[in-house]
Design a protein around this ligand. Structure first.
Ligand code: IMP
Ligand code: MG
Length: 177
């Protein structure tokens, strides 16, 4: 496998995150917003989106696993690291890199809503089209992309390529190996 076509450029991502950040700034004015990044993939989006939010936000992270090293969802979500803090009564915004099957966010919404936050919303940089998934209300969404496997901007293939500043498709190498 190697890096293929660039699906979304670094410039496009930056412009979109700026828009999303400005919208979030307007929507949460006067509130004590807590951003929850879903590790590992969301760490890049989280860092760049947050710098476009002009509010005294706080940060927390959860690590979940829905993929092994393969490119298909197992449908199993495991919490590898839980939040450090309570979210009861807080305005909470979950930040994700990509919505594919939606299983991860579906599970997290259920898991976190039990902790009685004041509000619980979703932001995701990428939404894969053409995938069947449970209904999911993504309040802040970046780009809709075709249902191919992508890497970069936090997204990995077998643990690699998260540091690419753009989003690209993976494609089979010419040589059989
Ligand atoms: P979902 O539960 O199927 O929506 O998958 C969510 C997680 O799977 C994301 O947070 C990513 O970590 C991973 N994922 C889904 N699609 C891709 C992809 O195209 N490339 C890399 N990781 C992906
Ligand atoms: Mg992820």
């Amino acid at each position: 496998m190697k890096i293929g076509r660039v699906v979304i450029s670094a410039e496009e991502i930056d412009a979109k995150l700026r828009e999303m950040g400005e919208q979030i700034t307007r929507d949460y004015e006067g509130s004590d917003l807590l951003l929850i990044g879903i590790l590992k993939g969301a760490f890049v989006v989280m860092a760049d989106l947050a710098r476009h939010i002009d509010l005294p936000v706080e940060f927390d992270f959860m690590a979940v696993s829905s993929y092994g090293s393969a490119t298909k969802s197992s449908g199993v979500v495991r919490i590898l690291k839980d939040l450090d803090q309570e979210i009861e009564g807080r305005d909470v915004l979950i930040v994700e890199d990509i919505v594919d099957t939606g299983l991860t966010l579906h599970y997290l919404l259920k898991n976190l809503s039990v902790r009685r936050p004041k509000s619980l919303s979703l932001a995701a940089l990428l939404i894969k089209d053409g995938v069947e998934r449970p209904p999911l209300d993504v309040k802040y969404e970046g780009f809709h992309i075709p249902p191919a496997f992508v890497v970069g901007y936090g997204l990995d293939f077998d643990g690699k390529f998260r540091n690419l500043p753009y989003v690209a498709e993976m494609e089979a190498s010419d040589d059989a190996g």
